[in-house]
Design a protein around this ligand. Structure first.
Ligand code: BGC
Length: 727
């Protein structure tokens, strides 16, 4: 029987309670990710009134609950188990923002695949990932979970992650259904404050926030999760325009829409539903199929149905989608297919190796002066200090629910393994967050004995992720006082000081960048963090990560991003009445794309063809890259465009591509990139796409700092169509 026939046969036999059960997802207990804790679900599973579970990651328990559904419920419909597989599962990879720094779609897909394999081995069939919210406000803790500031980059990540999580066949025992979240525009929460209201233009929604989701749908994503937030007054969980009209209508998304945790009930808090029945009605009408944790569908929809607020056909439509997903996942044929085989030790070890390699590549070397890095092979004594130097449990970062913190590698442990002949002197100095300063003197004293100082500082893992907004983007606790005292002491003693900065967001620490000899952004790199960091510090790996967000020098500059429009009075140093702060520079601490390596690169000979471009053309962009440094290293080259004169003011830079090349000292190579001219369309004044004739600049270089970009103008030419619009 084909899927549709099977679904119709089942539906004919289902009671209303069983149908609503299929639309209900409840927490099963191993971990907690929200405020509502559900009780034991066994009876409800037997009764067929719960169809999906979340927060369980244990194959044995999963199979036991699955058995209740398949063998003891009347219709035997299998359960769907979802989990937050955000950046790895048992093995943790770098947090998504850090992984974005690789600018490597193959790597993004690879870690997603490895994570899916581990989660599937725990009986999980759905990953609440990838998180695709474009974030230009690092105060928002969830920036750590997403692709950074750029929509085009977000779209590339979306595609890679969906393919990695889902594999080529959703029914494969190691494939999971991906859930693109949080649809849409959760990133611009007011003042960067978690769960706050969002009020932005329709243009910004269309140009900045939707593209990653469009890419996820085009890649075949199985499910979408609406954001907790409201957009201009309409909560996303009830947003007919964006869920039904755009997602289902324009993008032809026919997968499952699963609400966020308790989000349907929160429609009452938003002030758009008076009671659970109204909340359920709004969500169902907008197209939400699964109610996660609110119990709104089970309790509210029967009333709504009686009152004529919803129809049985609307409920049936949602049930069909859920059953279809379960069929596509192969759950009907083999409900126990995921979690049937134990993970082998060799496979686990290989994933740790992968985590180490990806971790090293996610590190962004922000500064490196006085040849501070890599550390000399011969180093006899090294001070490794700071509250994050020996903090294995912090290394996983936020959303490490199934991780095993006791197996995470700290910086101290990584360096110990990498430098067996070196004496390592360790002292934490201060805590991450407390105000105590009693340990500072002991840490300062180590400077005298060591040849170099590695200072590990930053945020705690729990300071980013969900419900982790920060108003101050400096170091918490007494870390700044400690770092400044240590830097001063190291300078007096003539010791190089290397700062390793842990965070789920760019921290505004210009003072640290100014004073330390070298600074590494180590984000949260996961299980193998310490080994990955040691690989870079010791020069086994030349750093190659590039920041996927513009790095502010102060919180007052936020939101700061390279895609700003020029405005009518762009900054001119000589003119007071131009766009500026009285008390801060406009420039970021580091531009988007910044990141050093142990090589040194020069770019030259930008070639663009054709120079006269029509809509159907593909533009070829080539640039020569030479490694003029002394070590083999990788360079990433970014391709931007700028439309200087258009019917709507265009951003100063728009990202259109990136390419990587590895070169030995003295070697030169060419990076070639292709841009379909159709990408140079933009939304006109009526928000419809238009391809306007005239000049467009192609800008290529190592980061989004205009001064470092090579430039070539092309001319767009339009063949006017019958309607004379040029569209
Ligand atoms: C988060 C989601 C997550 C869900 C399930 C919510 O609080 O916003 O991103 O997938 O919980 O844990």
């Amino acid at each position: 029987m084909d899927h549709m026939a099977r679904i119709e046969a089942l539906m004919a036999d289902m009671t209303l309670a069983e149908k609503l059960g299929q639309l209900t997802m409840t927490a099963a207990g191993s971990t907690v990710t929200g405020p509502v804790i559900a009780g034991d679900s066994s009876d409800a599973i037997r009764a067929g009134t719960i169809g999906s579970l979340l927060n369980l990651f244990d194959a044995r328990q999963a199979h036991e609950l699955q058995r209740l559904a398949v063998e003891e419920s009347r219709l035997g419909i299998p359960l769907l188990l979802g989990f937050d597989v955000i950046h790895g599962h048992r093995t943790l990879f770098p947090v998504p923002l850090a992984e974005a720094a690789l600018f490597d779609p193959e790597a993004w897909a690879l870690t997603a695949r490895a994570s899916a394999i581990e989660a599937a081995a725990d009986g999980i069939a759905m990953a609440f990932a990838p998180m695709l919210d474009v974030a230009r406000d690092p105060r928002w803790g969830r920036s750590a979970e997403g692709p950074g500031e750029d929509p085009w980059l977000g779209a590339q990540i979306a595609r890679a992650k969906v393919l990695g999580i889902q594999g080529s066949d959703l029914s494969h025992p190691q494939s999971l259904a991906a859930v693109a979240k949080h649809y849409v525009a959760y990133g611009p929460v007011t003042a960067g404050r978690e769960y706050a209201s969002v009020d932005i233009s329709e243009r910004s929604v269309l140009e900045v926030h939707l593209p990653p989701f469009a890419a996820a749908v085009a890649a075949g994503v199985a499910a979408i999760m609406p954001a907790f937030t409201d957009l201009n007054g309409i909560p996303m969980t009830a947003h007919v325009g964006l869920l039904r009209d755009v997602l289902r209508g324009q993008y032809h998304f026919d997968g499952v829409i699963v609400s966020d945790y308790n989000a349907i009930a929160e429609l009452m808090r938003h002030g758009v539903a008076a009671n659970l029945a109204e909340a359920a009605t709004l969500a169902l009408k907008a197209g939400v199929d699964i109610d996660m944790m609110a119990n709104a569908y089970r309790l509210g929809l029967p009333q709504a149905l009686d009152a004529g607020a919803v129809t049985m056909a609307e409920i049936d439509q949602a049930v069909r989608r859920v059953l279809l997903l379960k069929l596509r996942l192969g759950l009907f044929e083999q409900p126990y297919r995921r979690g049937a085989r134990a993970d082998s030790a060799a496979a686990r070890a290989a994933r740790r190796q992968l985590a180490r390699g990806i971790g090293a590549r996610a590190i962004v070397l922000l500064k490196n002066e006085h040849a501070a890095l890599p550390l000399p092979d011969s180093i006899a004594t090294l001070a490794v200090v700071g509250p994050l130097a020996d903090a294995p449990s912090e290394m996983g970062g936020p959303w490490s629910l199934a991780g095993t913190p006791d197996t995470h590698v700290s910086v101290l442990a990584g360096l110990r393994a990498a430098l067996p002949g070196t004496q390592l002197l360790y002292a934490p100095g201060v805590d991450i967050q407390s105000q105590q300063t009693g340990g500072i003197a002991q840490a300062l004293a180590l400077c005298a004995q060591a040849q170099a100082v590695i200072l590990c500082l930053g945020e705690a893992a729990a300071m980013s992720g969900e419900a982790a907004s920060r108003a101050h983007l400096d170091l918490p606790g007494q870390q700044r006082a400690f770092a400044e005292a240590l830097i001063e002491r190291a300078r007096q003693m003539g010791r190089p000081l290397i700062a390793v900065l842990f965070s789920g967001r760019p921290l505004a620490v210009p003072w640290l960048v100014e004073q330390a000899d070298a600074v590494l952004a180590a984000w949260f790199l996961g299980s193998e963090a310490g080994n990955a960091i040691a690989d870079v510090l010791c020069g086994l790996v030349s750093p190659s990560g590039r920041t996927p967000v513009t790095w502010p020098r102060s919180s007052g500059q936020i939101p700061i991003f390279f895609g700003q429009r020029p405005g009518g009075r762009p900054l001119q140093a000589s003119d007071h009445y131009t766009s500026r702060y009285l008390d801060e520079s406009n420039a970021p601490l580091f531009a988007f794309g910044h990141g050093l390596s142990y090589g040194r690169f020069t770019l030259s000979n930008l070639r663009v063809t054709p120079l006269r471009v029509q809509l159907a053309d593909t533009i070829e962009v080539r640039i020569d890259v030479a490694n003029v440094g002394a070590r083999t290293a990788q360079e990433t080259v970014f391709l931007f465009t700028h439309d200087p004169l258009a019917s709507v003011a265009r951003p100063l830079l728009e990202l259109r591509g990136f390419g990587r090349i590895e070169l030995q000292p003295g070697e030169t190579g060419t990076v070639t990139q292709y841009v379909p001219a159709s990408q140079l369309r933009f939304l006109g004044q009526d928000l419809e796409p238009v391809f306007e004739p005239g000049e467009v600049e192609i800008l290529v270089g190592p980061c989004a700092d205009r001064a470092q970009l090579l430039r070539q103008s092309i001319q767009l030419q339009v063949e006017v169509d019958d309607a004379g619009t040029g569209r």
